[in-house]
Design a protein around this ligand. Structure first.
Ligand SMILES: [Zn+2]
Length: 482
């Protein structure tokens, strides 16, 4: 063999949901087939809306697939083929994972499954994705987030293998929603702007509403926003809400927020206000928890522990990411937030005019419980309220002091901050003090002045104005230098 050559092609597809996208194809004697040589050989077949069979890859004479309409059988195939590739790319580029099992083998896709079949599913046995065409065979369930969701079930099966019932079933479903959403963000398609909604493109209910909402899962009318006793007894697609909500809060924080034009408003169980750490870090924490710590029986309490371990591995035990994970779980009623180390905010150096009333609050951050406050070296006339940390009063004396405010928490933990406080008099802006050094020369030397030898003396012939010593500058009515 002198030379071999594998002709990997990039064709152009027009999907129902993905719009115009590049897709991986392979040339044949008579044209091209929907088989991707660059992503583990993944291929897409037509089930013919009939009985289950694996079928053979879509094939056509030119490398231009589908027309964007469900009536063209290639359009849904483009969606599926792209969705599988996008899922492969997300796991490969983000976590270095080669395929669903991590073994470099690409999963295949089967489209046009059944007649009016309103679902899509992952099957570990065929190691393949199957997509129905939806109501009237005109609403294929082939959006990117659905593909990412279903194939993530394969990743879960190959890693934590969470049981598909009880709380672990909810975590299994949530893992697919979380990482399926991340597939959508990674693909970043103009025709499918990334969001924290699940199945917003496939219109399963026929009213344009998504299947699920991550910012406030109960918006679907059934999913749980917060953990509660008995959560494991409800359908896994609804108990997943707690973890979806956790992931949204960890990524984006609480309250109202618009991302890519979609308005969200995420509540918290403990009425805390959270700031997100970003979806990339949140996804890295979830993926590490899934692949390193979760097992088949992990429940919500276990997921909290697993994600805290993951955050510690990735970002450190005392990191902001670690405390953010604890706070986000607390916000969905799973465990409590980790108290952060208390601190006092430096109020800045203070300058106050004599006789002007003062009202200064030195705020604390972190810590748990209400601290007691003390202050050292406050200017005369000012006082600190030990219960609130508020400094009030009217300074009565000019001068400058170095003030230290200390907060002592019930646990014994303390925090303090130090700043200067100058009290000035508008009528006498200079603080009263000796500004000249050795002004009467009574040290017997010129220091800190310098002088010609003999200038500083105690000669009584020209006596000093006060004391014994003087500096006699000579001259006697004519120019002279000393
Ligand atoms: Zn699922």
């Amino acid at each position: 063999v002198i030379r071999t050559f594998e002709g990997v092609q990039t064709g152009t597809g027009h999907g129902v949901h993905v719009g115009e996208v590049p897709i991986g194809t392979t040339p044949t004697d008579s044209g091209y087939q929907l088989k991707d040589g660059t992503r583990g050989g993944t291929y897409t077949t037509d089930m013919g809306n009939g009985a289950p069979s694996d079928g053979s890859p879509f094939a056509r004479p030119t490398d231009n697939w589908g027309d964007g309409l469900p009536s063209n059988r290639e359009s849904a195939a483009v969606d599926a083929h792209f969705g599988v590739a996008a899922t492969w790319d997300f796991y490969k580029n983000t976590f270095g994972r080669a395929g669903i099992r991590g073994d470099g083998v690409g999963a295949s896709s089967r489209v046009h499954y059944g007649n009016g079949y309103v679902n899509a599913f992952w099957d570990d046995d065929c190691f393949c994705m199957t997509f129905g065409d939806g109501d009237g065979n005109t609403h294929p369930l082939t959006s990117v987030d659905v593909a990412g969701h279903e194939m993530t079930h394969g990743v879960t099966a190959a890693t934590a293998n969470l049981n598909y019932s009880g709380e672990s079933g909810g975590l299994n479903e949530a893992t697919s929603d979380i990482l399926g959403t991340m597939v959508e963000f990674h693909a970043d398609l103009p025709a499918d702007t990334p969001d924290y909604l699940i199945g917003e493109k496939i219109d399963l209910h026929g009213d344009g509403a998504p299947l699920r909402f991550m910012d406030k899962p109960s918006k679907d009318g059934r999913s749980a926003d917060y953990w509660r006793r008995g959560l494991g007894g409800i359908d896994v697609h609804y108990s997943s809400g707690v973890a979806n909500h956790f992931f949204y809060l960890l990524s984006e924080g609480s309250g109202a927020k618009t991302v890519n034009g979609v308005a969200y408003d995420s509540p918290t169980y403990d009425h805390s206000t959270l700031t997100g750490i970003g979806r990339d870090k949140a996804a890295a924490i979830w993926y590490r928890a899934l692949t390193a710590y979760m097992t088949s029986t992990t429940n919500y309490a276990g997921a909290r522990t697993a994600t805290l371990h993951a955050a510690e591995d990735l970002y450190g035990a005392g990191s902001g990411e670690y405390t953010a994970v604890a706070a986000a779980w607390s916000a969905v009623n799973v465990g409590t937030a980790v108290p952060t180390a208390p601190s006092l905010t430096h109020p800045g150096d203070q300058v106050t005019a004599l006789g002007t009333a003062v009202d200064l609050l030195v705020p604390t951050a972190g810590g748990s419980g209400t601290p007691a406050y003390t202050a050292d070296h406050l200017p005369d006339g000012l006082a600190l309220d030990a219960a609130t940390g508020r400094i009030t009063g009217t300074p009565g004396t000019t001068g400058s002091t170095t003030v230290t405010v200390t907060a002592t928490f019930p646990s014994g933990a303390t925090a303090s901050t130090t700043f200067t406080w100058a009290v000035t008099d508008a009528n006498s802006p200079c603080p009263s003090a000796h500004l000249l050094g050795n002004a009467g020369f009574e040290s017997g030397a010129a220091q800190p002045w310098t002088a010609t030898p003999g200038t500083v003396d105690t000669d009584r012939g020209q006596a000093s104005h006060g004391g014994s010593w003087k500096a006699w500058l000579d001259g006697y009515g004519s120019g002279h230098t000393d």
